[in-house]
Design a protein around this ligand. Sequence first.
Ligand SMILES: NC(=O)C1=CN([C@@H]2O[C@H](COP(=O)(O)OP(=O)(O)OC[C@H]3O[C@@H](n4cnc5c(N)ncnc54)[C@H](OP(=O)(O)O)[C@@H]3O)[C@@H](O)[C@H]2O)C=CC1
Ligand SMILES: Cc1cn([C@H]2C[C@H](O)[C@@H](COP(=O)(O)OP(=O)(O)O[C@H]3O[C@@H](C)C(=O)[C@@H](O)[C@H]3O)O2)c(=O)[nH]c1=O
Length: 298
Amino acid sequence: MKVLITGSNGLLGQHLLPLFIQDERYEVIAACRGVNRLPVQNGYTYESVNLRNAVSAQQLLEKHRPDIIIHAAAMTQVDECERNKDACWDTNVTATRYLIQAAEKYNAHFLFLSTDFIFDGLEGPYAEDAPANPLSYYGSSKVAAERLVKNSKVPWAIIRTVLVYGTAVDMQRSNIITWVKNNLQQGKKIKVVDDQWRTPTLVQDLAEGCKLVADKRSTGVYHISGKEMLSPYEMAVQTAEFFKLDQRLIEKVNAKTFVQPAKRPAKTGFVIDKAVQELGYQPHSFAEGLEIVAKEIK
Ligand SMILES: NC(=O)C1=CN([C@@H]2O[C@H](COP(=O)(O)OP(=O)(O)OC[C@H]3O[C@@H](n4cnc5c(N)ncnc54)[C@H](OP(=O)(O)O)[C@@H]3O)[C@@H](O)[C@H]2O)C=CC1
Ligand SMILES: Cc1cn([C@H]2C[C@H](O)[C@@H](COP(=O)(O)OP(=O)(O)O[C@H]3O[C@@H](C)C(=O)[C@@H](O)[C@H]3O)O2)c(=O)[nH]c1=O
């Protein structure tokens, strides 16, 4: 069984690869732009490709004809997406369309990664059937890409997740744990909001959720996230406590004073009952997640 993982240099991609490489049922193709940044360099095929290029995307699938495509590649810097809408659309929507068109030629199973940012955050936590109403351009691009997936002719699954944390090699963007830890360790003050709510997701749990969907060839929409609802402020305090760092450096702010270029939905978070019941998905708690991340950082 051939599986293609796009965005393999990214936070999720770097944790998906080892899961599939160690499962001898799968032949793994990793695809990303630029050089392969993965620490493990054998046991799979790496393809350097810019998925915004239609011919490259087409040729990637024609060459390998993967049975399963896990499309994790995206432009994930939400504020950058607001400032550079064309790049955001080209990467998150147009590249997805190219892959779907190529997959339809031989009916590959298409697994698409999406986000809680498709919701407006007025009524979280959200189940899979909640109506989308994105506040950011990034969120809108994911709504558009989901629509392409849902209207495609291939068997598809959409995995939505929330505020992913963990470590990876050469991460292009920090995440809440590494951001809080690095700043406090350097004695820097940080302003953290206490009026946004998320169900933060350990990257290993998200990777496991994707593997469950792939193994079972499940189709439909699944919410795969952590199980606890926390504010970034609570996450920051728990991170400081865990790493024995100075909590006085954490200044509690709210959306009135803390403004980012792209509007964030206030209260998202996911109801994960469907994934638990249908897939056997079982995420770690945030405290367990901190333990796991701490072991990786050492
Ligand atoms: N992180 C989070 O909190 C959440 C993530 N998600 C979704 O999960 C998925 C994975 O996220 P995550 O791993 O954190 O994202 P990352 O930003 O860590 O990784 C995304 C990867 O996609 C690659 N990529 C971007 N543009 C292209 C392109 N044109 N051609 C080929 N590769 C490209 C990037 O390459 P390069 O390394 O060169 O930049 C990067 O390796 C994404 O679809 C994201 O929207 C959903 C909710 C939350
Ligand atoms: C940078 C920063 C963030 N925060 C809060 C805001 C937010 O709730 C949380 C994370 O903020 P960031 O801007 O780092 O991350 P953000 O862009 O909000 O993360 C999003 O990424 C995309 C890919 C997704 O799909 C979403 O699920 C979500 O994970 O931390 C602060 O309170 N203070 C700060 O200085």
